[in-house]
Design a protein around this ligand. Structure first.
Ligand SMILES: CC(C)(COP(=O)(O)OP(=O)(O)OC[C@H]1O[C@@H](n2cnc3c(N)ncnc32)[C@H](O)[C@@H]1OP(=O)(O)O)[C@@H](O)C(=O)NCCC(=O)NCCS
Length: 246
């Protein structure tokens, strides 16, 4: 399911072609270096500081590293986690029952080199990971994003993930995000736009079983919270209620 390559537009108007492929284990250091580079340009606490071992483990056995290359090297990279028994599983934070943990895939970080920003590469990397997770028999997609990391949060929401909880993780507050590939969930129309920084209100709505679906920016940034409407026969929300009040 590797996406075809294409052409990237740079800020100075020039163009560069790119291709997509998985990284080999001996390329994990390049993924770590790109992560370090992009993280150094962000306010502290917005993204987790990952170790070289984190990238090596995902290339070797814990999942996959997916890369976008130009003639200059690695332009963007994303981590897909396919945790096995005994590995840390985001499903625990989501209150998933034990029997669903083997169906979980993690979207565990993405980096786009500043030269190539604005080409929607994060969305390409999310969609690519969704396809890989589906092929791997992992339809429960879980991720996290700092509420203040607007670029990343907006891209995750645009790719169909929903905010299902708020929790302190990786050194700061994180939105717990989820998408079920085997369900067609849509937001109810009678939801509520909430100030993106009003975490108390968001917690309350999440506790009532609502989810965060999308963002908008007017005078202030807001998030749309609403109940999910799903096709009949969906497995139900028994897990989501476990997140209430955190
Ligand atoms: C989040 C991230 C991957 C998004 O990169 P991307 O796919 O190139 O972003 P988009 O194409 O959606 O960009 C949309 C707009 O936001 C801008 N933008 C994106 N990331 C930006 C950033 N970190 N700083 C300033 N502007 C940014 C783009 O230039 C673009 O602007 P435009 O509409 O005027 O052209 C990238 O910002 C990044 O690597 N951030 C650091 C690591 C990170 O936060 N990872 C995700 C969580 S682990």
């Amino acid at each position: 399911m590797t996406p075809p390559g294409g052409v990237l537009r740079l800020a100075d108007g020039t163009r560069e072609s790119f291709l997509c492929r998985r990284l080999r284990a001996d390329e994990a250091a390049a993924a770590h270096a790109l992560h370090r580079l992009v993280a150094s340009g962000l306010p502290a606490g917005l993204v987790a500081a990952e170790s070289p071992e984190f990238f090596a483990a995902h290339a070797e056995r814990l999942g996959r590293l997916l890369g976008i290359f130009t003639e200059r090297g690695l332009a963007a990279c994303a981590v897909l986690g396919l945790p096995g028994p005994g590995d840390a599983n985001f499903g625990v934070d989501h209150g998933l029952p034990e029997d669903l943990l083997p169906r979980v895939a993690h979207l565990d970080g993405a980096s786009v080199h500043p030269l190539y920003r604005g080409n929607m590469l994060q969305r390409l990397l999310i969609d690519w990971r969704l396809a890989e997770a589906r092929d791997a028999g992992r339809p429960i997609i879980l991720s996290t994003a700092a509420p203040g990391n607007h670029f990343s949060l907006d891209n995750l929401l645009a790719c169909g993930l929903q905010i299902r909880g708020l929790k302190t993780r990786f050194g700061g507050l994180r939105c717990l995000l989820r998408r079920d590939l085997d369900r067609d969930a849509r937001p109810a129309e009678d939801g509520e736009w909430v100030d993106a920084r009003d975490y108390a209100r968001q917690e309350r709505l999440l506790g009532e079983g609502l989810r965060g679906w999308r963002s908008r920016r007017g005078e202030r940034r807001e998030l749309y919270f609403a109940a999910a409407t799903e096709a009949a026969g969906a497995a139900g929300d028994r897990e989501n209620s476990a997140l209430a009040g955190r």
